[in-house]
Design a binder for this molecule. Structure first.
Ligand SMILES: [Zn+2]
Ligand SMILES: [Zn+2]
Length: 262
């Protein structure tokens, strides 16, 4: 039993690490193609982001691997594989519940981590990325990574979910974690500036958190920020893009456009 458990934990760590390298690497490459020079002068910071993120991969991977092992061999969790086990409407509902639960947990733990003690102890690591890059998605102090690592492995014991829907949740989690730190808006303007953007968090919203600290704490939805009066709207990439220019980077017309648009 122990070797199988260790193997599951190690494999999941590898999967999370490789997934991070591929997705962050892919979006970093897209950044260099769409906004050349945006990450100029940030090489040391990016190396640090990758180091912290790979450490986080183990912290995310171990509980996920153990739960995965329990699901496959011990009948743990409420993950189901038979589509007919629940009505079809439960598929989108379960996705929403997972995202909302994760967002709620994130909002309140994140807000707490901005108190002076926890900030100095752990969250400062994430905010050393100024401005963050696509590599900062999992750049957390191990203590903070631990608060994130328990969420999905706990939810699968509480809320039934089809494994395909769970895959979708994990994809949203990965892509949003990367794109929210990327320094430019990958989604169309109608989405993040329109009515939908009033409720959904994309890069423009999280960028402002990295600029001002005491606001915009949410992960996927602006619900808690708006309810608690901590929402300060969406950020402006113009300053970051100008700074990149000053650091020796060359931000193309697309970058200036994105800045103006924001
Ligand atoms: Zn962040
Ligand atoms: Zn923060």
């Amino acid at each position: 039993m122990l070797p199988a458990l260790l193997l599951a934990a190690a494999s999941m760590t590898l999967i999370v690490g490789v997934r991070y390298l591929l997705v962050s690497g892919g979006f970093a490459w897209l950044t260099s193609a769409r906004h050349p020079g945006l990450y100029a002068g940030l090489d040391r910071q990016m190396r640090r982001e990758i180091g912290w993120s790979l450490a986080s991969a183990a912290i995310y991977g171990v509980p996920a691997g153990v739960v995965m092992w329990g699901w496959r061999t011990q009948g743990w969790t409420r993950i189901y594989t038979d589509l007919d086990a629940y009505p079809l409407w439960w598929l989108p509902m379960s996705v929403f519940l997972y995202l909302f639960a994760h967002d709620s947990w994130f909002y309140w733990t994140h807000r707490w981590m901005h108190r002076p003690g926890p900030f100095r102890l752990a969250h400062a690591v994430h905010h050393r990325s100024r401005p963050p890059t696509a590599w900062a998605a999992m750049a957390f102090h191990p203590l903070e990574a631990l608060t994130g690592a328990v969420v999905i492995p706990t939810l699968v014991f509480l809320i039934p979910i089809h494994w395909g829907a769970l895959g979708f949740v994990l994809t949203v989690m990965t892509v949003m974690g990367v794109t929210n730190h990327m320094g430019w808006e990958v989604f169309p303007q109608w989405m993040w500036r329109g009515r939908l953007g009033g409720w959904l968090i994309t890069a423009s919203h999280h960028q402002r958190h990295h600029e001002r600290y005491g606001c915009n704490y949410g992960l996927y939805f602006r619900f808690w920020d708006r309810l608690c009066g901590t929402d300060e709207g969406v950020g402006d990439f113009a300053r970051e893009h100008a700074r990149a220019g000053a650091r020796g980077g060359r931000v193309d017309a697309g970058g200036r456009d994105a800045g103006r648009a924001a």
